[in-house]
Write a protein that binds this ligand. Structure first.
Ligand SMILES: [Zn+2]
Length: 477
C-alpha cells in the first residue's frame, strides 16, 4: 500500500520548486513551499498576519540530552523571555537519546536489512514518513530509478577440469561464460595488444599505468577478446567499475591469482573458462523529504541515508544517522527559526548502491536553488568506536571542531577518505557547503553483526547536539 502512495507522488518534489522569492507570500506557493496543514491548524485561532506558521526568530538554547551544561556554549543564545506573537507557543523540545535509540531499534531490529528497492527499505521509508508527519511536517516522497549491478557468482576455471579461482566481476560487466586461450596483454596499452589480436581468447591485463579499467576492457574487446581479466597490481582482490556496459565479460582478479596465471601462460598455452554471473537490474526507491517551509531564499538540508547493504541490519550504518535525523526534525519543529529559511530533512535512499538518492536530489536542483543553500549536514554511522569525526567543507569542519570544543569534547577532522563516500559528496560537488558527521572505526561495518546492541547512545546525542550548534551558528549568519 505504501508503494502505491509513493507512485502517486512521483511528480512531486523539487522539480516543481521554481518559485519567485521576490513575489511575496500572496502568490500561491508551489507544493514544496506549502504550509504544512498540521502546523496551520495547530496555530488557530485567528493567527496574526502575515505569516502564521512561521513566526519571527526566537533564539533558543541548544537542546541537550546529556548532563553537559549549556554554559559551555560560547555561541551566545538567550532563551526568549517575551511571549511569542503566536497564540499557542510551544515549549522547545530537547534531543532524546532514548527516542533516537527507539528509531534505531525500529529500523535495524524490527525492520532489519533495508536494501534499496526491496521490502525492508519500503517499510523503513514508510516508518520515516510517519515520523516526519507526526511532527507536523509536509512530507514528500521523491521516487527515483537507477541501475544496479548484482553479482550472482563468478569464477575462473583452469581447463581441462582444473582449479577454480575467484574473480569479482567489474561493475557493468555483462554476464557470460567464455572459454578460450589465456593471452597476456601487459597493462592494456595499444602496444601490449598482440599483433593478430586476441582471436576470441581471454585477455589477461594488469591493473595500472593510469589506464581506466573501462579503456583496458574496450581495447581488448575491440581487438577480439572474448572476455577480459584484469588483475590487481598488488596482493588482494580487485573491485572496480567500468562506468557503463561493455561488450564482453570483465573479471577482476586478486594480484596473486593474476601473477600465478601470468607464470603459467609464460610456460605454454593455458585454457580457461571465465564465468560471470552478473545482472544489471533497474531499481526504484525513494528519498523521504520533510520540509519546513520558509518565505525567503535560504535553504538548509539535514540528511542521512536509511538503506543498508544486503544481509546487514544496518544498525550503525545507518539507522544511527536516520535516528538522529528524525530526532533533529522533531526538536527543530519546536524551534522558531528565521522566516526566510526553509529546512529540508531528507532520508536518502540507495546510498549504498552509489549515493543514488543524494545524487538524484542534487540533480533536480536548479542553479538558483543550489546557491540558496546555507549548508547540507549529513549524518552517517554515528554510534560505534571511540573517534567522533567531522568532515566535508573545510570551513564547516573547522566550525564543527570548534563548537565541539565549546561543548567540552573533541571532534576529529576526517580526511579525504570520507570525501566521496557518503551523501554529502554530491552536494559538495555542486558547490554547496557540506558537513558530514561520522564515527569511522566500526569493524562490523556492512556485516550481519552491525546490530543495535553495539551502538553508544551518547555518541548520537553528541553528534546531534553538535549539529544543532552548527545550525544555530549558520542560520544566524
Ligand atoms: Zn552509510
Amino acid at each position: 500500500m505504501a508503494w502505491l502512495l509513493l507512485a502517486a507522488s512521483l511528480v512531486l518534489p523539487l522539480a516543481a520548486c521554481e518559485w519567485d522569492p521576490a513575489a511575496g507570500p500572496d502568490v500561491p506557493l508551489p507544493t514544496v513551499l506549502a504550509v504544512p496543514t498540521e502546523a496551520a491548524t495547530a496555530t488557530a485561532p485567528a493567527p496574526p498576519s502575515p505569516s502564521p506558521a512561521i513566526p519571527t526568530f526566537r533564539p533558543t538554547v541548544v537542546a541537550t540530552s546529556t548532563a553537559t551544561s549549556t554554559a559551555t556554549h560560547t555561541v551566545t543564545v538567550t532563551p526568549s523571555a517575551t511571549p511569542e506573537p503566536t497564540p499557542t507557543p510551544r515549549p522547545t523540545a530537547v534531543f532524546s537519546a532514548e527516542r533516537a535509540m527507539e528509531h534505531v531499534m525500529a529500523l535495524a531490529h524490527e525492520i532489519g536489512p533495508r536494501v534499496a528497492g526491496e521490502e525492508g527499505a519500503e517499510l523503513a521509508a514508510e516508518y520515516i514518513a510517519d515520523q516526519f508527519d507526526s511532527y507536523g511536517y509536509e512530507v514528500h516522497q521523491q521516487l527515483f530509478e537507477y541501475t544496479k549491478f548484482v553479482d550472482h557468482g563468478s569464477k575462473v576455471e583452469l581447463l581441462p577440469g582444473g582449479a577454480s579461482l575467484d574473480g569479482i566481476p567489474m561493475e557493468y560487466s555483462p554476464a557470460g561464460e567464455v572459454e578460450g586461450r589465456l593471452i597476456r596483454a601487459g597493462i592494456g596499452r595499444p602496444e601490449d595488444i598482440p599483433d593478430g589480436g586476441f582471436e576470441g581468447g581471454i585477455a589477461l591485463i594488469r591493473r595500472g599505468g593510469g589506464i581506466r579499467f573501462r579503456d583496458k576492457a574496450l581495447a581488448a574487446a575491440e581487438a577480439g577478446a572474448g572476455a577480459v581479466m584484469i588483475y590487481n597490481d598488488r596482493p588482494g582482490p580487485l573491485r572496480g567499475s567500468l562506468g557503463e556496459l561493455v561488450p564482453v565479460p570483465v573479471l577482476g582478479l586478486d594480484g596473486r591469482t593474476g601473477q600465478h596465471l601470468v607464470e603459467q601462460a609464460s610456460r605454454g598455452p593455458v585454457l580457461v573458462r571465465v564465468t560471470v554471473g552478473a545482472e544489471i537490474v533497474q531499481r526504484v526507491t525513494t528519498n523521504v523529504i520533510a520540509e519546513r517551509p520558509g518565505l525567503g531564499a535560504r535553504m538548509l538540508l539535514i540528511g542521512a541515508h536509511y538503506d543498508s547493504v544486503k544481509k546487514s541490519p544496518g544498525g550503525n550504518d545507518n539507522a544511527t544517522g536516520t535516528a538522529v535525523l528524525l530526532e533533529l526534525a522533531r526538536v527543530l519543529s519546536t524551534y522558531v527559526l528565521p522566516e526566510d529559511l526553509t529546512i529540508y530533512f531528507v532520508a536518502f535512499g540507495a546510498e549504498e548502491d552509489g549515493l543514488h538518492g543524494s545524487r538524484h536530489f542534487v540533480e533536480r536542483l536548479d542553479a538558483q536553488q543550489r546557491q540558496s543553500f546555507v549548508a547540507m549536514l549529513n549524518y552517517d554511522m554515528l554510534g560505534v568506536g571511540d573517534v567522533l569525526g567531522v568532515g566535508g567543507s573545510t570551513e564547516l569542519t573547522d566550525l564543527a571542531i570548534w563548537l565541539a570544543q565549546q561543548q567540552g569534547w573533541t571532534a576529529q577532522p576526517l580526511g579525504v577518505e570520507i570525501e566521496h563516500r557518503s551523501d554529502h559528496a554530491p552536494f559538495a560537488a555542486a558547490g554547496i557547503r557540506a558537513l558530514v558527521f561520522h564515527a569511522p572505526n566500526d569493524t562490523h561495518y556492512h556485516k550481519e553483526t552491525d546490530t543495535p546492541d553495539r551502538i553508544q547512545a551518547g555518541h548520537l546525542a553528541r553528534f546531534a547536539r553538535l549539529g544543532l550548534a552548527v545550525i544555530q551558528q549558520l542560520v544566524a549568519e
